[in-house]
Write a new protein. Sequence first.
Length: 123
Amino acid sequence: MDAIDMDAINVTGIRVYGYTGALPEEQVLGQWFAVDLKLWLDLSISGQSDKLEDTLDYQKAIAIVEHQIQTAKFALIERLAAVIAEELLALPLLQKVRVRLTKERPPIPNFPGQVQIEIERSR
């Protein structure tokens, strides 16, 4: 089964305060980030067994996102998303991941919107 045909777990609404940004004050004062994940894997075994060890523990995926956002101090959100994706792909059974990372209030004058990037990575 390839990733296009594969089952997926969607984890949405992860919201974490972090210190990534190109401006020095972003890395000192911080800001809110939101993350949504799509985690591709084969769910057929766990769909039959009903056992956590046969699937991806999405609590671990959430913990990876939280840890990276809270501790990383990258200049670019692109780098933050890439590191999150790399760490997620180390989880057992995971074949592909999509990370949608939103900077909720970018420090851009007269811009009330958000900036969002989306990356996909696979093994």
